[in-house]
Design a protein around this ligand. Sequence first.
Ligand code: ZN
Ligand code: FE
Length: 255
Amino acid sequence: MSLQIKQIPCLSDNYGYLVHDPVSGKTISIDTPDATAILSTLDEEGWALTQIWNTHHHYDHAGGNAELVQKTSCSICAPVGERQMIPGADRYVAGGDVVTLGQYTARVLDTPGHTRGHICYVFDEQNIAFVGDTMFSLGCGRVFEGTPEQMWASLSKLMALPDETLIHCAHEYTKDNARFALTIEPENPDLQARVAQISALREKGQPTVPMRLGLEKKTNPFLRPDSAAIRARLKAGTASDAAVFARVRQLKDEF
Ligand code: ZN
Ligand code: FE
């Protein structure tokens, strides 16, 4: 039996995730956008929560920690860089650390940019990544605390994972991201095809997340600063990839 993942729509556009190992019976909540929704999903599945793995300190990611600990006695694993903002965790982790769910292991990646201490969790053997607010479908997180250079380095770490990796991000922002993506690389045929699929999914109320990294690399304008078409459109010449990324991020902030 393999890992079971339950995706939970929370708040207006968040996704929470429960990851369950049927062998050990252990269950992790990736972030805690909404304790009530997470508790009722645990109930429906008959799963007991054993751990919370936080990606960063924002309220829609760690806001349910206290209630879930109180009601389930689970432990918390949180980024060491955000110790002050996520107090009382049982373990603080950073890039290179390994966290476990029964027999399964996940690797912690440092992915600063959206927040200074943001981390991602990667189950390498299963090709599953939980990326919080670092990468979105056709988008990426706003650069609130770090620099565009840091964010580009963080996205580059994720892009180095195998193309089959299923990227689990924390928001359903895809439709708005698609509108923006078409202004950056309108003639990209992979993007055009994907936008059509996205519209069909959203019309049926279905999620566009998780997504395969390989398709993301072909269509997400934030991952494509090396695209000749994007460089031509932005008159970027031979600017560095980080600089082109920063320009795309700025255009999205103003979009
Ligand atoms: Zn956030
Ligand atoms: Fe968020």
